[in-house]
Design a binder for this molecule. Structure first.
Ligand code: AMP
Ligand code: FE
Ligand code: FE
Ligand code: ZN
Length: 289
């Protein structure tokens, strides 16, 4: 019965703050969610739970339900795969060791990329640091912001289409665990794993889709089907595969503040699905603001 539910609607389960590559503080992110009319928002910064405390306070102050989460970087062969991890125990030692390792690798990789770029463009590591909140998970978006600040791109999207593109000659991958290992880590930390935007590019998709039975067996909860970067054909395939493997479907914005065109609440998740997600979690609780 919806009247028995403690959380509010509508529900958006994927957003970023300045703790990773969003442009707002965690508190401002939650206030933006309230202003956009959301009832529930998940904070899912890349490889970090550093925004949870501030977002939790803002959730209570603004009457929004907060689902603390994270978007874990994983890799399948050459392809980057993002795993949303909800309601994990943020102090779980194995998960903490892994996110620490990923964040260190991301930092070194960003420095390496900037070193290469600096041979051809006026860009220095200090310019990137100037765009990055201390302790934040560093990614190409921070390099993009430095390129914009130095007049080398108009916005993040132009930087990604140009200098930061994986084929532009400056790209470098970074360490990330296999998705199956990541799913097991999240489940062991009491969390609920959902594969983020799994149908954006056909090359990755085939490899990923062939492993869903194995992932479901390991405790994968769902697939983020309603996301602007999933292709229409991909969404159809995901719906069929989810039914086949007993996986739930989520929908989210993947809001990054001004860092991306994605708007809060542009895709949402059904309350039945969030109810099942919360029932599955043992690592942490929603903040019922
Ligand atoms: P990285 O993980 O460092 O390789 O950077 C990828 C991140 O950049 C993703 O998590 C996206 O949020 C972000 N991103 C990818 N493409 C764009 C774009 N065109 N504009 C802004 N951000 C982007
Ligand atoms: Fe991002
Ligand atoms: Fe992602
Ligand atoms: Zn994301």
């Amino acid at each position: 019965m919806s009247s028995d539910r403690l959380f509010r609607e509508p529900i958006d389960l994927h957003t970023h703050s300045r703790v990773s590559d969003g442009t707002e503080t965690p508190g401002d992110l939650v206030r933006a969610a309230a202003a956009a009319g959301l009832g529930t928002v998940a904070i899912t910064d890349h490889d970090s739970t550093g925004g949870w405390a501030e977002a939790s306070v803002a959730a209570v102050e603004n009457g929004v339900t907060l689902i603390p989460g994270m978007e874990l970087s994983t890799r399948l062969g050459w392809a980057s795969v993002h795993l949303l991890a909800y309601l994990i125990d943020p102090a779980d030692e194995a998960l903490l060791a892994e996110t620490t390792r990923i964040r260190k690798a991301r930092l070194q990789r960003a420095e390496d990329m900037v070193e290469r770029i600096s041979h051809d463009y006026a860009l220095h590591w200090d310019d990137v640091l100037a765009q990055t909140e201390p302790g934040a998970t560093v990614g190409r978006p921070h390099i993009a912001d430095a390129l914009v600040a130095n007049g080398l791109a108009h916005d993040r999207s132009e930087a990604f289409a140009g200098i930061l593109h994986w084929q532009a000659g400056y790209y470098q991958p970074h360490y990330a665990p296999d998705p199956l290992d990541a799913i097991r880590l999240v489940v062991a930390a009491g969390g609920v794993p959902v594969i983020a935007h799994p149908a954006t590019r056909s090359r990755t998709d085939v490899a990923l889709e062939s492993r869903l039975a194995e992932y479901a067996e390991a405790g994968l909860f769902g697939l983020e089907v309603d996301h602007r970067e999933n292709t229409p054909e991909g969404k159809l395939r995901l719906r069929r595969l989810a039914a086949e493997h007993g996986l739930r479907l989520t929908g989210s914005s993947d809001y990054h503040g001004e860092g991306k065109p994605n708007r809060l609440g542009e895709n949402t998740t059904a309350p039945e699905v969030l109810e099942a997600l919360i029932a599955r979690a043992t690592g942490w609780s929603p903040v019922y603001g």
